[in-house]
Design a binder for this molecule. Sequence first.
Ligand code: XMP
Length: 510
Amino acid sequence: MSDQTGPVLVVDFGAQYAQLIARRVREANAYSELVANDLSAAEYAAKNPSGIIFSGGPASVNVEGAPEIDPGVYDLGVPILGICYGAQLIAKQRGGVVDRFEAGEYGRTDLTVGGDGGELLGGLPPQQTVWMSHFDCITQAPPGATVTASTANAPVAAFESELVCGVQYHPEVSHTPHGQAVIERWLARSGIDTSWTMANIIDEQVEAIRAQVGEGRAICGLSGGVDSAVAAALVHKAIGSQLTCVYVDTGLMRKNESDQVVETFQKSQGIELIHVRAADDFFDKLAGLSEPEEKRKAIGETFIRVFERASGGIEDAAFLVQGTLYSDVVESGGKHASTIKSHHNVGGLPEDMQFELVEPLRALFKDEVRRVGTELGLPDEIVWRQPFPGPGLGVRIIGEVTPDKVFVLQEADHIVREVLREAGLEREIFQSFAVLPDIRSVGVMGDERTYGYPIIVRAVTSEDVMTADWARIPYDVLEMISNRVINEVDGVNRVAYDITSKPPGTIEWE
Ligand code: XMP
């Protein structure tokens, strides 16, 4: 039973599943944090954990140099749950046996619950499907632990003792139907506080922001994206008129996007907003440029200049609000430092700006940020917005960017997204948009020969941005997109669908 009040620590042993475990724990309303596996027991203890979960990992516990954990953690009196590699590590360090068996198990596997199933599995179906990914297996549980489940090639697929439990399978993935129940039961048997909710987070952050900013002034660059929007709304809740937002309209935004930002922030939320109409500055700088990196650089530099000019007018602003998320904060393999991934969001603000950062979303995953946004009253169009690159439509117009081309692309892009939304596909697609290439082709409309631009439709599914696949959009939806774009957008006479995954392609065309 945990008598600590701190987070559930999810110790990362290198599996892609560690973040997912942390999210599942939070979905069960217990606060969790990811930590590296090489801290000392005293360092884990200093975080005052209410429970510790060891994640899976790709190594074999029996291989020289495989990651271990300071055995002192077993003496902290904190409940521990091992998952996959984590379970094997517990077995190995606590006197059980991990060995090669006849075969490994990968993917959906039948699990047989033994005896009464103990506290984690009791009352759940005696035969159930679980998701496995292991070659080694635990052949003997640690002394004093009860074996509560097995599979064909994992004689100890689950075990539990007073403070230490382990499951060979992955309860955190959706392919394990009763997995979340096991996580919730472990939290309950461990006496871990499960009252963490989005409302708590908002209250806590409001307090923290007030404490940090005091009577000071803060500014926030709004990009129109989810993260800066939620960060701004949260900071506004905390310090009201001490916050000024700056929205730079680059002229490269999607159709109606600027109006929507002004409507949401200035009118509905009552946030003080400086709306900088800077399209001319951007088009001037982009004139004659067609090389992708030159275009990006021109947009980035112009953005900084315009932002500085606008924010310079806000005297005594000492704080800059940023929508940094937990996934941007990488607890580096090293011991203590957490470094921020150099992601290219927010248009990239100047490094020499002398601001203290306010980052109220640092502890949150994207889906949690969306929930906070909804709780704060932001509209679905903002909360569920797909990622949008800082350089905007500038990287979706191949070749030189001109106001005319932006207009064509805005109209086509609007149709693409509207049709997908009406087909109910918007949320399952990670990003969907139109691209305007720098070529024209011959067509015929009515009795007339046309010579117009094609529009390329790009729609991808992705979990993590690093890899993506083209979305299998139904033909009739593609047909609707094609018909509407050609009928409604002047100068476009052809529509193509991009069927390239990432890798080898990238999501954007430039
Ligand atoms: P790629 O095209 O590299 O894109 O597969 C990965 C993700 O990053 C976004 N992206 C950008 N975001 N500035 C940004 O703020 C950029 O220059 C930029 N380039 C790509 C892209 O939309 C996708 O979500």
